[in-house]
Design a protein around this ligand. Structure first.
Ligand SMILES: [Zn+2]
Ligand SMILES: [Zn+2]
Length: 342
């Protein structure tokens, strides 16, 4: 193995376990940086991509897009970073910089979005990644690397819509799902000044939801939800899979908003939507300015991701815990390859 060879963990076919995989370092473009990975969170999107849920996965596939590490090489035009800088990288590792959305500063809507993924050619379950330096964010000095890694995808995913769509702090917000995304959404919504109710199908999550800062906790069964008619200005749905929408939408006030950030199955009754003038809004990541804002807001307000640390060599066990919804609340892989993160 040459000294520059990169070691990662790749899946070679749909749904298969990851196995050690070596590859040559990708070419370092003008604006690129190479980042030696110290930590990488495990996101549901990694698991979806392993399973080719989105229909865009190329194998062998190295997942991982909640990355913290240290800059180890810098392209000639990557002037804002230098070797040794600690940075965070999220799902988006580059963008075309010339489509109408990139020119508007909404890079997360880039017309070439599939090609902007950090995991192209290979992601963060790896000794290093190569991304555009403009998508590698310097981290607040006091922020622990494991917390920062989780904020790079889960954090921005919930913070961005709370900033964009929520409005004045007097609003009442329901957070659907208390998991990797939901436990951060509760904290961010509370820090933004909203009155926050956590909604979960698991009654055992009550204590922790309140500890994360929720003002109230409701089990999301139809009987409990019927007591919350017209309760919320906004519902932020962080859950995935099958959801019973009718009793949930009944908790929205007229002109209320439902924001989707996960990938749940959707089926709605248009009568309620139209007659109550409800909006269904989807939100995807956040732009670069929002990412920088999220990191400083999280640091200033003591947002504290709940993480389980596991060595990267146990990546398959970690993925299995995510598949079984057992992560509490986010697993972060600590790179245990020789010389990693240096
Ligand atoms: Zn993610
Ligand atoms: Zn673009």
């Amino acid at each position: 193995m040459s000294p520059s060879t990169i070691l990662g963990y790749a899946t070679r076919a749909v749904g298969q376990p990851l196995e050690p995989f070596t590859y040559d370092p990708p070419r370092l473009g003008e604006h690129d940086v190479r980042v030696s990975v110290s930590h990488c969170g495990v996101c549901h999107t990694d698991v979806h991509a392993i399973d080719d849920y989105y229909g865009i996965t190329n194998y062998p596939f190295v997942p991982g897009h909640e990355i913290v590490g240290y800059v180890s090489a810098v392209g000639p035009a990557a002037s804002e970073l230098k070797e040794g800088d600690r940075v965070g990288i999220g799902w988006q590792g580059r963008s075309c910089m010339e489509c109408e959305w990139c020119l508007k500063g909404e890079e997360q809507l880039c017309m070439d979005i599939v090609q902007t993924a950090t995991w192209l050619p290979y992601g963060g379950f790896s000794s290093s990644v190569t991304v555009d330096s403009r998508f590698a964010y310097p981290l607040p000095e006091a922020m622990p690397s494991d917390f920062a890694s989780v904020l790079m995808c889960a954090g921005i995913t919930v913070y961005s819509p709370l900033r964009t769509f929520a409005g004045p702090p007097s609003l009442k917000i329901g957070i659907i799902g208390v998991g990797g995304l939901g436990h951060l959404a509760i904290q961010f919504a509370k820090a933004l000044g909203y009155e926050v109710t956590a909604l979960s199908s698991s009654p055992e999550k009550k204590e922790q939801a309140l500890a994360f800062g929720a003002d109230d906790f409701i089990v999301s069964d139809p009987t409990s939800l019927s007591k919350l008619e017209w309760a919320f200005d906004l519902l932020l749905c962080t859950a995935s899979g099958k959801i019973n929408w009718v009793p949930l939408l009944d908790t929205l006030k007229k002109d209320g908003k439902l924001i989707l950030v996960g990938f749940p199955d959707v089926e709605f009754n248009s009568t309620d939507l139209v007659a109550h003038q409800l909006s269904i809004i989807a939100s995807f990541l956040g732009n670069r300015a929002r990412m920088r804002d999220m990191l400083s807001f999280a640091q200033a307000h003591g947002i504290t991701p709940a993480v389980e640390l596991m060595p990267m060599s146990q990546v398959n066990e970690a993925i299995q815990r995510v598949r079984e919804n057992k992560a509490r609340y986010r697993i972060v892989l600590v790179n245990d390859m020789e010389g990693a993160g240096a």
